[in-house]
Structures are given as structure tokens and as C-alpha cells.
Write a protein that binds this ligand. Structure first.
Ligand code: IYR
Length: 223
């Protein structure tokens, strides 16, 4: 078994106490303006932004540090078209047959439907996969731990990085998403986690008039 090896944590930056709350507040304000967008412009993205955001995603904590995620960045119009048509097929089933009324009622304030034009309009789609097993350089397989949780953390960081860079995104979850493995040629050991649609909001884009829960509804303090 490999022996643990430790190095000093030189990158840690201790902040002056007076600055900490202000930094947290500033970050909250920046995140507060993030909205899920469903109307995208087709304007291409400046080079390097997505790559840098993906680097931030790759810093996420993960089960046994096995980093069980894979991101496929799709920019080609033919692949986007294929993804759109496959997603819409599943979504039509979802909206007309699979979804129970309770689910449709919960979605009603978002105004979503089976039409997924944004999958073709947006300049970039990032298909996120959670790897249930990984491969060592010699080809041997290693089991991954908490792949879904780890990939969720990485995806959250990706969304945050894209927002802070000035881009909008949509966490799209067509269900089931098996078609992504097929179209993007990913192995069965990778579970499609979600499809992130990335770009600029379309001119005049609207977002649903919904609100976020106040803190006291989702936080409890205990001594
Ligand atoms: N996958 C469908 C339905 C949908 C489900 C949830 I939960 C949402 O938050 C939004 C949509 C769709 O993408 O339309």
C-alpha cells in the first residue's frame, strides 16, 4: 500500500478578520445574480474561458481524490443537432407520458416544455459524466467512490466559474440521458450527470419570476 506523503499547505491564505465577512458578502452578491437561462445567443465564446472554468471544476473535492468526472465540450453544430433531437425525443415522452402531474405542476412556474432549441443555439454544450470506475495508466480499473456527489461538487464549481466569468448556463437534465454516451462515445461506466448549456443570454432573454428561499428556511443553528 502506498504510504501517505504530506507537504506544507503553503497556498492557504489567512484573511484579516475584518475582511472575511465582507468577502463572503461580496461573493454572495455575485452569486445572487446567477440565473438559469433558457434563451441563448449563438455568439461564440472568447477562447479559453470554458477551459479555465473547467480547471476550476477540476479542483473540487472528490471521493478518495479519484476525481471521478469527465466533461465533453461540444461546439460542433452537427453534434449539437444530434443531441437536441435525442433530448427532445425523451422530453416529449416525459412531458406527455412519463411525468406524473405532481412533477408537471412543480415545473409549471419555469415554463419548460419538450422543445430544446437552446441545445442548437448555444455555442457550447458541456456534457458532464460521473465515472463509476476509473482506469489506471496500465489499463487496470479502479473503483470510484461517491462519483455522483463528487461530480455534483465539480459541476457546481464549473457553474460558479462560468458565472463569475460572465457567462450564463442552464443545467439541463433530459431523462434518461443514455443517448449522451452513444453520441459522445463515452463508455457505459460513465453515467451522464447533466448537460450544461453555456453561452450569453439572448438579447432580451427573460427568466422566470421565481425567488430563493430565505436563509432561515434552509439553515438551522444549534449550539
Ligand atoms: N428534463 C425536463 C424536465 C425538467 C425537470 C426538472 I426537476 C427541471 O428543474 C426542469 C425541467 C426538461 O429539461 O424540460
Amino acid at each position: 500500500m502506498k504510504q501517505p506523503e504530506f507537504v506544507p499547505y503553503d497556498d492557504y491564505e489567512r484573511r484579516p478578520e475584518g475582511e472575511m465577512a465582507a468577502r463572503a458578502e461580496r461573493f454572495y452578491e455575485q452569486m445572487q445574480s446567477r440565473r438559469t437561462v433558457r434563451e441563448f445567443s449563438s455568439e461564440p465564446l472568447p477562447p479559453g474561458v470554458v477551459e479555465k472554468a473547467l480547471r476550476a471544476a477540476g479542483t473540487a473535492p472528490s471521493g478518495a481524490n479519484l476525481q471521478p468526472w469527465h466533461f465533453v465540450v461540444v461546439t460542433g453544430s452537427e453534434t449539437k443537432r444530434e443531441i437536441r433531437f435525442a433530448a427532445e425525443e425523451e422530453e416529449r415522452e416525459f412531458y406527455t407520458r412519463r411525468a406524473p402531474q405532481e412533477w408537471l405542476d412543480a415545473l409549471a412556474p419555469l415554463g419548460t416544455d419538450a422543445d430544446k432549441e437552446f441545445l442548437q443555439t448555444a455555442p457550447v454544450l458541456i456534457a458532464v459524466f460521473a465515472q463509476t470506475v476509473g482506469q489506471l495508466s496500465d489499463g487496470r480499473k479502479v473503483k470510484h467512490y461517491y462519483p455522483m456527489e463528487s461530480t455534483g461538487l465539480a459541476t457546481g464549481m464549473l457553474i460558479t466559474a462560468l458565472h463569475k466569468a460572465g457567462l450564463a448556463c442552464l443545467t439541463h437534465t433530459p431523462s434518461p440521458m443514455g443517448f449522451l454516451n452513444k453520441i459522445l462515445e463515452r463508455p457505459k461506466t460513465e453515467r451522464p450527470y447533466l448537460l450544461l448549456v453555456v453561452g450569453y443570454p439572448a438579447e432580451g432573454a427573460k427568466v422566470p419570476n421565481i425567488s430563493r428561499k430565505p436563509l432561515d428556511e434552509y439553515v438551522t443553528y444549534r449550539s
